[in-house]
Design a protein around this ligand. Structure first.
Ligand code: NAD
Length: 472
C-alpha cells in the first residue's frame, strides 16, 4: 500500500470513529463476540499457518495463541459493562458540594504493530483492548510470519469493515510510511531498538504509545529450593517456542554449591520433556518450535562461538532448531572485578534455547549484577526465604515476574503485563487493556446554587488568611 492509501485508510477510520458508532457498549460487545466466533472458526487454519511459519506444535499453538486469545476475549465480554461505568472518586472538602467522576473514552484510530514470535496472539490481544475501549484499529502483523499474516488478513477482512478494523501487510518500508500518519494511539510489540523508532514517530504527532519490548530476564535460584520443580518450571519456559519468548528466562543465577546439581537436573528434565530418541538428534525435538528464519538461526549460532558449553547446543541447521544448551558463564562477582568481560550471550537478548548459567555466593552480588544491566521485562525468583525475597524484590526493578515459577504471571489477566525502562512502557491484559486503550477523562460536576466569594478577586488579606486555614 502506498503512503497515500494509508492516509486514506486512516481518514476513513477517523470519519467512522467520528460517527460515534464505536462508542456504544453494545457495539463493542457485538464486535468482541464476532471476533470470538472468527477466532474459533480459524483455529484449524491457524494450526497449519503456525506449523508453516514456526513449526509450532498443535499444543503450543493452542496454549500460546488461540487459548490465550479466547480467554482474553471471554474476560472482556464478561467484564466490559463494569469497566465502562463512570468511576466515582472523592472530592475534597474545599470543592464541595461538587462531585467528581472519571469517564473512560476511546482515543480514536489506533495502530497495532505485532512481532513474529506469537504472531497471532500479539496481533489479536491488543485488538481486543482497542475494541473494548471503543477505538478503531489498523493492525500491521509481522512480515516474518507470512502464513499467519495471511490468515490474519482473511480473518480481519471477513469479520470487520475496514473503516472499523483494518489490516495492512508489510515490512520496514511499509511500517515507516504507516507511521507518518497521525494515529490517536499506537500499540507496539517488538524489539527495544525498533521500539525507539516507533516512539520517535509517535512523538512527531504527540501520539500516546505503548511499547511492549524485550530484554534479559533473569532466573534466580536460592539455596535449599525444590530443585526439580524449579528446573522443570524454568526449562519449560526456556524451551517452549524454542526460547523465542519475550518473557523467557534469559539466564539463570545459581548458588555456587548448587551448580552441579542444577546441570544434572536440567539434563534429566530435558530428557523427560523429549522422552524418546537420542538427545543429540533433531528428530527427538519434533514437538519443539523452530527458529523463525535463517538470519536468526545464524545469530544464535554465532552466540555459541567461544562459549564454554556445559551441555547440549547441537546445531540442527536443516530443521532450524538447536538442542537446548547450558553455557558456563562463571560467577557474577567476576564481572565486577573485570576478571571476565560479558560476551555477546550475556549482553543481548538471547531469544533462543540457550541458558547461560552464572553462580553466586552472596545474593547482594546477584542484585548488583542484574542492576548493572537494563531493567528486565521479567524476573523469576525461586526462594522460600522471606529475607531473600524482600531483598531481591525491593532492590531490582523489572516489568513483572513470579516467585517460585516462571512465565505464568502473564496468564493472569488481573495482572498488568508490561515492561519498565528499556523493556517497555505501558501495560495490557484484562482490565488494564481496556484502561490502556482509553483516555480517563476527569470531570468535576459543580452547582451554581452556591458561589463562595473567597476564591474571587480582589485578593484581600482576609481571604488569604481563610485559604491558609483551609489548606492547613
Ligand atoms: P521487531 O522489533 O523486529 O518487529 C516488530 C514489528 O515492527 C514488526 O511488525 C516489524 O515489521 C516492525 N518493524 C521492524 N523494524 C522496523 C523499523 N525499522 N521501523 C518500523 N517498523 C519496524 O521485533 P521482532 O523481531 O518481530 O520480535 C522480537 C522482539 O519482540 C524481541 O525483542 C522480543 O522480546 C520482543 N517481544 C516483546 C513482547 C512483549 O510483549 N513485551 C512480546 C513478543 C516479543
Amino acid at each position: 500500500m502506498s503512503e497515500q492509501n494509508y492516509q486514506k485508510l486512516v481518514q476513513r477510520q477517523r470519519d467512522y470513529f467520528n460517527t460515534g458508532a464505536t462508542r456504544s457498549v453494545q457495539f463493542r460487545l457485538d464486535a468482541l463476540k464476532k471476533l470470538k466466533a472468527a477466532v474459533i472458526a480459524y483455529q484449524t487454519k491457524g494450526e497449519v499457518a503456525l506449523q508453516k511459519d514456526l513449526a509450532k506444535s498443535e499444543f503450543e499453538t493452542y496454549l500460546g495463541e488461540w487459548g490465550v486469545v479466547l480467554s482474553e476475549i471471554n474476560t472482556h465480554i464478561k467484564q466490559l459493562k463494569k469497566w465502562t461505568r463512570r468511576k466515582r472518586v472523592k472530592t475534597p472538602l474545599f470543592l464541595r458540594p461538587s462531585y467528581s467522576r472519571i469517564v473512560y473514552e476511546p482515543y480514536g484510530v489506533s495502530l497495532i504493530l505485532a512481532p513474529w514470535n506469537y504472531p497471532f496472539q500479539l496481533a489479536i490481544l491488543p485488538l481486543i483492548g482497542a475494541i473494548s475501549a471503543g477505538n478503531t484499529a489498523i493492525i500491521k502483523p509481522s512480515e516474518l510470519a507470512p502464513h499467519t499474516a495471511k490468515l490474519l488478513v482473511d480473518l480481519v477482512s471477513e469479520t470487520f469493515d475496514e473503516a472499523y478494523v483494518a489490516i495492512v501487510e508489510g515490512g520496514i518500508a511499509e511500517t515507516t510510511d504507516l507511521l507518518k500518519q497521525r494515529f490517536d494511539f499506537i500499540f507496539f510489540t517488538g524489539s527495544t531498538n525498533v521500539g525507539r523508532v516507533i516512539a520517535r514517530a509517535a512523538a512527531e504527532h504527540l501520539t500516546p504509545v505503548v511499547l511492549e519490548l524485550g530484554g534479559k530476564s533473569p532466573v534466580i535460584l536460592d539455596k535449599d529450593i525444590a530443585m526439580k520443580v524449579a528446573v522443570r518450571r524454568l526449562a519449560m519456559a526456556k524451551i517452549s517456542n524454542c526460547g523465542q519468548v519475550c518473557v523467557a528466562p534469559d539466564y539463570v543465577v545459581v548458588p555456587q554449591e548448587s551448580k552441579a546439581e542444577f546441570i544434572e537436573v536440567f539434563k534429566t528434565v530435558v530428557r523427560e520433556f523429549f522422552p524418546t530418541g537420542s538427545l543429540d538428534e533433531a528428530s527427538t525435538y519434533q514437538t519443539m518450535t523452530r527458529i523463525i528464519n535463517q538470519k536468526n538461526f545464524k545469530r544464535l549460532q554465532s552466540l555459541l562461538v567461544g562459549e564454554n558449553i556445559l551441555w547440549g547446543g547441537k546445531v540442527f541447521e536443516a530443521e532450524l532448531k538447536f538442542q537446548p544448551a547450558l553455557i558456563d558463564s562463571g560467577d557474577v562477582a567476576d564481572y565486577f572485578s573485570n576478571k571476565r568481560q560479558k560476551t555477546a550471550i550475556l549482553q543481548e537478548e538471547i531469544f533462543g534455547p540457550f541458558l547461560p548459567v552464572l553462580t553466586y555466593q552472596n545474593i547482594s552480588d546477584v542484585i548488583q549484577y542484574v542492576n548493572a544491566g537494563e531493567k528486565p521485562l521479567a524476573l523469576y525468583l525461586f526462594s522460600d526465604n522471606a529475607t531473600v525475597r524482600n531483598k531481591v524484590l525491593q532492590n531490582i526493578s523489572f516489568g513483572g515476574g513470579c516467585i517460585n515459577d516462571s512465565m505464568v504471571h502473564i496468564a493472569n489477566d488481573y495482572l498488568p503485563f508490561g515492561g519498565v525502562g528499556e523493556s517497555g512502557q505501558g501495560a495490557y491484559h484484562g482490565e488494564t487493556s481496556f484502561l490502556t486503550f482509553s483516555h480517563a477523562k476527569s470531570l468535576l460536576y459543580s452547582t451554581t446554587l452556591f458561589d463562595l466569594a473567597v476564591k474571587y478577586m480582589p485578593y484581600t488579606a482576609k481571604k488569604l488568611k481563610f485559604l491558609k486555614k483551609l489548606f492547613k
